[in-house]
Design a protein around this ligand. Structure first.
Ligand code: FAD
Length: 489
């Protein structure tokens, strides 16, 4: 039989569940990617993610040819709506079956159901595989048979269940001879950005490898420092975390390979690897939250509280809220750690996890701005944007989510700054205006002595803003704002 593999967020030709399945069951296999106009239409014309995906596909196309051992093989790329193009392509190629890896986002589930129905109508089989996560939505359930909504028991169940089979790779190489030549009508090069209607971005200037080969090198480099992960991961000035989120987002690496590495290292007593494995488990956790509790997002993709009582919170509104939100987005709140973090996000499309927590807490609990506004802003800016992790992270910080930070726990932006950027190296990197301030004043420049400000050449209100809110007053307002939640029990 002839098979078609539909690639989506799994842009690699190694350890790939759907591709492996197709190669084992079909004698001719085609691989395709659809630049889906339904998704692309909502993006700005300069979008690093579109450029990233395109770069990955150019590499993947080459990899498929070399795996197949024939230059006529390669990736079929289509520009259109997936719901129309995949059934059309499958028929045109004479495929008896279409293979893809499962997605858990509500919009993707709806799309896939539509594609499946059209394929079945055309007499074409449709196989979906688990690939994005180690454990799927129904694989880990509580004793009562319900999905987990608390992380620690989920993690314990995950660790108790995982075995070599769960982490085993899905090999591609030994059956790669089944990769078929593309029919002439489909033998086009991956479209250029301009052909897709997009413009180049600064992606090439960022330290983000594009494609599976670069991702593998990035993993090797992290492997050499994984033992230091636990000790360094909370300090944004250090290269403590893996930086692999974008690779996991687009599937240039297999999560099984990463979990296998971390699990094996953790078994030897490596605390860094054990902690890093926990982060991969958080990733699985939020995917299953989204899959099992899809009410955390509304039909238009914006967040809805996991705990409905939190949707009764009265956030700041109107022009004052807009102004506070703009200050947050642009990194001019007057709180250096928050502002440096937003600079990192705006300039690189990535933000350190500690700072995602700090900035999300600051928006909802210091500025009183609806967390959904921040969720949407992150969704636009992050190269690693992932609906499940982003929604989970925002609901954690604003306390509306499952197993979230309790509502009365409010990060102090200055204490966080002193603790996690003690000598101010991170702040100095991203806020050049404050570079010369002594460490004591750097975390709260409004307390700097006139002499310190003068020596550093900083005029508050001119070179760097005064704080847009007073934290203690904001904290008191937030406790009142969240009182509706307490009343709701
Ligand atoms: P590492 O520390 O090296 O962790 C390894 C991997 O584990 C990450 O690449 C990621 O895939 C996963 N991971 C780590 N922490 C989490 C977590 N809390 N939840 C889910 N997965 C996790 N992560 C995203 O991938 N996309 C997002 O859009 C996203 N939005 C977030 C928004 C907020 C408000 C918060 C608090 C967190 C968000 N995270 C998101 C989670 C986390 O901040 C990033 O995964 C992490 O900073 C990526 O850097 P890294 O690859 O160096 O992480």
């Amino acid at each position: 039989p002839v098979g078609l593999v539909w690639l989506r967020r799994d842009l690699r030709a190694q350890d790939h569940a759907a591709l492996s399945h197709a190669l084992r069951s079909c004698h001719q296999v085609h691989c395709a990617f659809v630049f889906d106009t339904d998704i692309l239409a909502g993006l700005p014309r300069q979008d690093r993610r579109v450029e990233f995906i395109r770069g990955c596909l150019v590499e993947l196309d080459k990899t498929l040819r070399s795996l197949a051992g024939q230059p006529a093989a390669g990736l079929v790329t289509v520009h259109g709506t997936a719901t129309r193009e995949i059934p059309r392509l499958a028929s045109a190629l004479g495929a008896q079956a279409v293979f893809f890896n499962r997605d858990y986002e509500p919009a993707a589930i709806a799309r896939d159901a539509q594609v499946r129905a059209a394929l079945v109508d055309a007499g074409i089989a449709c196989h979906d595989s688990k690939d994005q996560v180690v454990f799927d939505r129904q694989e880990l359930l509580t004793q009562a048979g319900r999905p987990y909504s608390v992380f620690t028991p989920y993690k314990n169940a995950w660790l108790a269940k995982v075995d070599a089979d769960d982490l085993r790779g899905h090999p591609v190489e030994q059956h790669a001879g089944a990769l078929a030549a593309r029919p002439a009508a489909w033998a086009r090069a991956v479209p250029t950005l301009a052909e897709l209607g997009f413009e180049p971005t600064d992606l090439a200037s960022l330290a983000v490898p594009v494609g599976a080969q670069g991702a593998a090198r990035q993993l090797q480099a992290f492997d050499r420092r994984i033992d230091r992960y636990q000790a360094t991961r909370d300090y944004p000035a250090l290269d403590g975390t893996s930086g692999l989120s974008v690779q996991l987002r687009f599937g240039t690496l297999s999560v099984r390979a990463l979990a296998r590495l971390a699990h094996a290292r953790a078994a030897t007593g490596d605390a860094g690897a054990a902690t890093w494995l926990s982060e991969l488990i958080w990733r699985d956790f939020f995917v299953q939250v989204l899959a099992n509790f899809p009410h955390v997002v509304a039909a238009d993709g914006t967040g809805r509280s996991f705990r409905p009582a939190y949707d009764a919170i009265a956030w700041e509104r109107g022009r004052p809220a807009q102004a506070l939100f703009a200050a947050w987005c642009e990194g001019r709140t007057g709180y250096p750690l928050v502002d440096a973090a937003m600079q990192q996000l705006n300039q690189t499309g990535w933000m350190h996890n500690r700072l995602r927590m700090v900035t999300a807490s600051f928006l909802s609990k210091d500025l009183g701005v609806d967390w959904r506004w921040g969720e949407r802003y992150f969704a636009r800016q992050l190269l690693d944007y992932d609906l499940a992790a982003n929604n989970g992270g925002w609901q954690w910080a604003s306390s509306s989510g499952c197993d979230a930070q309790p509502w009365f726990r409010i990060f102090h932006p200055v204490t966080q700054s002193r603790r996690f950027d003690p000598d101010g190296a991170f702040i100095r990197r991203w806020l050049p205006a404050l570079r010369q301030l002594p460490a004591a004043a750097l975390h709260q420049p409004w307390t700097a002595t006139p002499a310190d400000l003068e020596t550093a050449g900083v005029v508050l209100g001119r070179d760097y803003p005064r704080p847009v809110v007073d934290h203690d007053a904001a904290r008191a307002r937030t406790l009142q704002r969240y009182a509706v939640v307490k009343q709701a029990g």
